[in-house]
Design a protein around this ligand. Structure first.
Ligand code: SAM
Ligand code: 2KA
Ligand code: SF4
Ligand code: MG
Length: 210
């Protein structure tokens, strides 16, 4: 399997329960809910994406013919001499490309592997931290994991149904858009009304980190 990587860089995890941790971000190219082209955004299944995941031309991106070569690249981006290695695999939609050989190769290099997925594809066995971020109107098949991170507001989402899914943490993340202040207010209101949810801010954006 050849892996198409948009970019691979070292930063802090900005979102969710693990936010603030040093992590290599491995961003795969391509998504099953949007082509990534602006002219297709309105007709896409996911219309609010904040990410460029098209092609392999980003920092640390490229095509990798073997899992071991990609895991070596991730290790090099992490740097030498630090333990507690963490890689966050995202995209695009990572479950289009993340397979068992890559998970094994990353574990072999001493990484804990976190994944950010839209949940429309079943997660590969062996992921250490699974974050699912459902999109309204899509068929989410992956209904268990470590954190469910819902971008808000999203018309058409059934919160009562989501609360029945098997997640250890329920997070609400304000939609980054022109109306971001209204989105933040709506997210805070939701947490005040439903205390099992916690606020997730995109702290890397506040900090000017990638
Ligand atoms: C770019 S997505 C890639 C992973 C996967 N495709 C997914 O949607 O979960 C990474 C995270 O950013 C969130 N996200 C995307 N666009 C956003 C926006 N405009 N505001 C807030 N969060 C956003 C997604 O919901 C997801 O949790
Ligand atoms: N710093 C930082 N943290 C993140 N957490 C999830 C991200 C993503 O795009 O999946 C992301 C990202 O793009 N940057
Ligand atoms: S599913 Fe994720 S990567 Fe795909 S368009 Fe939506 S937010 Fe972006
Ligand atoms: Mg991002």
């Amino acid at each position: 399997m050849t892996y198409a990587v948009k970019e691979c860089f070292l930063t802090l995890q900005g979102e969710g329960v693990q936010s603030g941790r040093r992590a290599v971000f491995l961003r795969f190219a391509g998504c099953n809910l949007w082509s990534g082209r602006e002219q297709d955004r309105e007709s896409a299944q996911c219309t609010f994406c904040d990410t460029d995941f098209v092609g392999t031309d980003g920092e640390g991106g490229g095509k990798f013919a073997r899992a071991e070569a990609l895991a070596d690249h991730v290790r090099d981006v992490w740097g030498r001499g630090c333990d507690d290695r963490l890689v966050v695999i995202t995209g695009g939609e990572p479950m289009l490309q993340l397979d068992r050989p890559l998970l094994d190769a990353l574990h072999e290099q001493g990484f804990r592997v976190a994944v950010e997925s839209n949940g429309t594809l079943p997660a590969t066995e062996g992921i250490d931290w699974l974050c699912i971020s459902p999109k309204a109107g899509t068929d989410v098949v992956q209904r268990s994991g470590d954190e469910l991170k819902l971008v808000w507001p999203q018309p058409g989402v059934d919160l009562d149904a989501l609360e029945g899914w098997d997640f250890r943490n329920f997070l609400i993340q304000p939609l980054d858009c022109e109306a971001r202040e209204e989105a933040l207010d709506a997210a805070i209101r939701l947490v005040m009304e439903r205390p099992q949810w916690r606020l997730s801010l995109q702290t890397h954006k506040l900090l000017g980190l990638p």
